[in-house]
Design a protein around this ligand. Sequence first.
Ligand code: PGA
Length: 258
Amino acid sequence: MEITLVSTYQKLSEVAADYVQETMKSRAHCVLGLATGETPVGLYAQLVRRYRRREISFKNTTTFNLDEYVGLRPADESSYHYYMHRHLFRHVDMDVNKIHIPLGAAADLEGECRRYEYAIEDSGGIDLQILGIGRNGHIGFNEPGSTCTGRTRVVQLEASTLEANAQYFPSVQDMPHEAISMGIGTVLEQSRHILLLASGAAKAAAVEKMLSADETTGKLPASCLQLHPNVTCVLDYDAAANLSDSVVRENRVLEGGV
Ligand code: PGA
């Protein structure tokens, strides 16, 4: 893997936006895989800024989001549909027909998961997939115990995930305990380049395990990324604090934070 170390969250967001911008510019039509949560908020703010400066356009961009809570409608303020519109889509020139987010309120959830898999395949795969990492090592909502070959499906959320995301809901009782998540196998097979972002000390243990795990199993879901030939991790110093010398030796580590 390639690891870019940066000094601050601001720098992480800028470096991530550089990767996205480069990908968008290198293709007439670009497919982005997008993540939600706290980590990519700065990236989306950067992209909006660059769009306003006319440095990028989203007209020819298709997007696929990683996940959505089961039972939430797109207009629900806690949904990832709402999040994406609030942080990115409503500020830029995205064609709404090219936005794909699993429909957590679908009557037929299994059918929705199958439809989502086909839609990704139909688009020709994902040029650049953005990922965050959970404190428990999850990617998307693929919790520990998922397999590295899993497809888009309905998943149960772990207590630690519910706790981490409770802040986005009026109360924990209101929080869905299930989500639709793109599978790890889907991400590995469909993405040509994966960009994992991690910021803050709370992610240091998961980042260390992701990079040093001898076994790539879904016990630590992010370790499955070792199976992909083109992964870039952008880490701030706090998230990278536990990296051992051997991890630094075995991966291409660049300083991007100055
Ligand atoms: P966060 O979530 O960006 O809100 O920390 C990341 C994740 O759970 O994948």
